[in-house]
Design a protein around this ligand. Structure first.
Ligand code: GDP
Ligand code: GDP
Length: 500
């Protein structure tokens, strides 16, 4: 029975297998120029950041989000630097107050950044006051940046720290975002907050699993694959998302814009296909914003952050004509979102639109070229998932509806797959005997293999205490699961636990 797993409590956090959306969020706040962006960049190192545009007071401000790594901790970090780009006076947080408050209410920890070289500044006081009023639920961690030179001079660090502590948030942690000094102290103060949060989340989940394990099988009472499918259609402006939505909805046109006098709710975002209900997630939102942002150079694709978290399947739309004319088939924003979708455990379907434009042009082989280029690029940017579906359509001509929906549904059903423990262990026996390890001693002893979660399929291998699955072993098991249970094209997770 799988009760063994269900009663297993979590006592050590391995952040490497946790989906980004489940990680806690840490926001960096402070007056302009204290080094918020510098600290953000250090925390995310060279990983990619997402940029969200927030229309606020008719000024677009942006906020960056990245995944931070600090020691073994992982968390989402927000850089609020863009928020005050417009601020020249003491009104820093005023004009963005509602937006910032909203972001704060979704944050789990806050780094209140100050500048140790400049010393305590009246704007720091203002930020402090603002925080006390607007985010009483969060205890800020006071951080004093640009402290590298203070360490060299006798007493100057102590007196700068003393001055900063007048803000009323305790003693500051001196760091230097530029040199990396003090990052270990920052780690030590974030560790309890991040770990407590993560423990709560993971324990809630394992309790939920325990409840659902009662029947002794791993299949849930409802067939999840028959539940309504949430589909998000994402892509840069002008690739044809609106046109595709019209094609998907067929006769019912999507009406957009204020002139149509429609509220967001009036925009139809649900349709039936072959007896199945499909919801288009956040369509209303991006349709409106797309119109606002046409021509903007920003990553306006990122209105889809929420969609990404709410959707089961992400349909990423690319423009065939652009691909033919460019060297790379995917632009940075598209690469970011494709990776993010998979990291978040979503099913991804890539749609290459505007194929009709290739017809007239004297490019006899461009269709094949484009197919190969796109498929290859996807494989390169997301090596961990093989066989992500790519479909070629012309939304304008209304072609490709069935192909798109078949791929979406196929991906969704794979994503919902649940395999019984008995079946998995029979399978395990076969694959382990089929595979030969060069070094016999290196062969991991998997005692037991079970699926703990679907959407996406997530497995746990219980490994005999003396051995451990290497990355190669995990890749081998993942590939075998894919091949043997037809799970290609979707993210699959395998975790391991040591047992005696
Ligand atoms: P933000 O407006 O708070 O995002 O500040 P920035 O990150 O843009 O940094 C403002 C200025 O401070 C830049 O010129 C940075 O190079 C500089 N800076 C940031 N961190 C440090 C640091 O640790 N030491 C020193 N000396 N300068 C820093
Ligand atoms: P969105 O910004 O992604 O929603 O893109 P739209 O749906 O508004 O389309 C942008 C432009 O591309 C419009 O002029 C569409 O008519 C055109 N378009 C969309 N799909 C196709 C297609 O399959 N072929 C061609 N030739 N043009 C298309």
């Amino acid at each position: 029975s799988n009760r063994g797993f269900c009663t297993n409590t979590i006592n050590k956090i391995d952040f490497t297998n946790i989906e980004i959306s489940r990680l806690p969020t840490v926001i960096i706040l402070g007056r302009p120029n204290v080094g918020k962006s510098a600290l953000f960049n250090r925390l995310i190192r060279r990983r990619e950041a997402l940029v969200y545009n927030t229309p606020d007071d008719h000024v677009t401000r942006d906020i960056r989000e990245g995944v931070a790594k600090l020691g073994h901790l992982r968390f989402r970090v927000l850089d609020s630097a863009g928020l005050e780009a417009e601020a020249t006076s003491g009104s820093i947080l005023h004009r963005t107050a509602s937006f910032t408050a909203n972001v704060l209410s979704n944050s789990h920890s806050l780094l209140f950044l100050t500048d140790g070289r400049a010393g305590l500044h009246p704007l720091d006081q203002e930020v402090g006051k603002w925080l006390r009023r607007n985010a009483p639920q969060i205890k800020p961690i006071l951080v004093m940046n640009k402290s590298e030179s203070l360490f060299d001079v006798d007493h100057s660090l102590a007196s700068a720290a003393n001055e900063m502590s007048r803000l009323g948030f305790g003693d500051p942690i001196p760091i230097s975002a530029e040199t990396g000094l003090g990052m270990h102290d920052l780690f030590l103060s974030l560790k309890p907050v991040i770990e407590d949060y993560m423990l709560r989340v993971l324990n809630d989940e394992s309790a939920a699993q325990e409840n659902s394990c009662g029947d002794g099988t791993s299949s849930p009472e409802v067939d999840e694959s028959k539940l309504p499918l949430q589909l998000a259609i994402v892509g840069r402006p002008n690739v044809g998302k609106s046109t595709l939505v019209n094609t998907l909805l067929q006769e019912e046109r999507v009406l957009v814009g204020p002139e149509a006098g429609l509220t967001r709710d009036a925009i139809r975002t649900q349709f039936e296909f072959q007896g199945r209900t499909i919801y288009l997630v956040d369509t209303a939102g991006w349709l409106q914003r797309t119109k606002l942002e046409k021509g903007a150079s920003s990553l306006s694709i990122m209105q889809s952050r929420k969609s990404l978290l709410r959707a089961h399947i992400i349909a990423l739309v690319l423009d065939a004509d652009e691909i033919v004319n460019a060297k790379r088939s995917m632009k940075h924003a598209e690469v970011v979102i494709a990776r993010r979708a998979v990291e978040e455990g979503r099913g991804l379907v890539v749609i290459v639109n505007k194929m009709d434009l290739l017809r007239g042009k004297n490019k006899s082989s461009s269709y094949e070229q484009i197919m190969e280029a796109v498929q290859q690029e996807i494989q390169t940017i997301i090596p961990q998932v093989t066989g992500i579906p790519v479909v070629f359509i012309s939304a304008l001509e209304g072609r490709g509806r069935t192909t798109v929906l078949h791929q979406v549904i196929d991906t969704y059903e794979k994503w919902c797959t649940r395999l019984s423990t008995a079946r998995l262990n029979r399978w395990l026996h076969k694959v382990m005997s089929r595979h030969s390890w060069k070094d016999q001693a290196a062969q991991p002893k998997i005692k037991y293999f079970t699926q703990v979660k679907a959407r996406p399929p997530t497995f746990v291998a219980f490994v005999s205490g003396k051995t451990k699955l290497s990355d190669t072993d995990i890749r081998f098991l993942t590939k075998s699961l894919k091949d043997d249970f037809d799970l290609g094209g979707i993210p699959i997770r395998i975790m391991q636990r040591a047992i005696a």
